[in-house]
Design a protein around this ligand. Structure first.
Ligand code: ZN
Length: 188
């Protein structure tokens, strides 16, 4: 799906979408977004001067590439505001993880089958094999591994769990948009 690791944000309501400009203006005011990056996907930006105030990088500070290494190379740290998807898209890890039942918190190992059923029919429900709760795919606890959404803020070139947003950043996102957001990671 993806050849560059990313940190992503999406509203907790998977149907929620926003005009890109609303997010761009709010995040620019915060200095989280910087200059436009015209060689990236539409609505791409370099990081702003206060980016590192809101995203904490763990371990020894990674030698992050903050400028495009060469023309056409997208493997560096920039931000893509990706809104207006016609229907909710599944993003994140596609294998080697087990999401949890939101009721009993046990693992839902057949999630790929349930996801395929839901993609074919958004009314599809299934029963938790552990507690028998009736669930829909958007109710699943995808942890920080995946999410469904029509609107994503994508930070390129962040390895899973390497960069973690501060609670203050999630509060600002919620203030800018009026809804709650979650974050997760998409591996390369
Ligand atoms: Zn359960």
């Amino acid at each position: 799906m993806s050849n560059i690791s990313k940190l992503l944000f999406t509203p907790t309501d998977h149907e929620q979408d926003f005009p890109a400009n609303l997010l761009i203006e709010g995040l620019r005011t915060l200095a989280w977004l910087g200059e436009a990056f015209p060689n990236g996907p539409a609505n791409s930006f370099l990081i702003g001067t206060d980016f590192f105030k809101y995203i904490t990088f763990l371990g020894c500070a990674p030698a992050m590439q903050l400028e495009p290494p060469r023309e056409g190379d997208l493997n560096f740290c920039f931000i893509h505001i990706n809104t207006g998807l016609p229907k909710p898209l599944f993003r994140g890890h596609e294998a080697r993880f087990v999401p949890r039942c939101p009721e009993c918190r046990l693992g839902l190992s057949d999630w790929q089958t349930e996801l395929a059923d839901w993609q074919a029919d958004h009314q599809a429900t299934f029963s938790c094999p552990h507690c028998a709760a009736s669930l829909t795919v958007p109710q699943v606890n995808w942890r920080e591994k995946a999410a469904l959404g029509r609107c994503f803020i994508e930070v390129y070139s962040v390895y899973p769990h390497e960069g973690i947003p501060t609670p203050a950043f999630l509060s600002h996102l919620s203030r800018i948009s009026g809804v709650e957001w979650k974050y997760f990671y998409e591996p390369a």
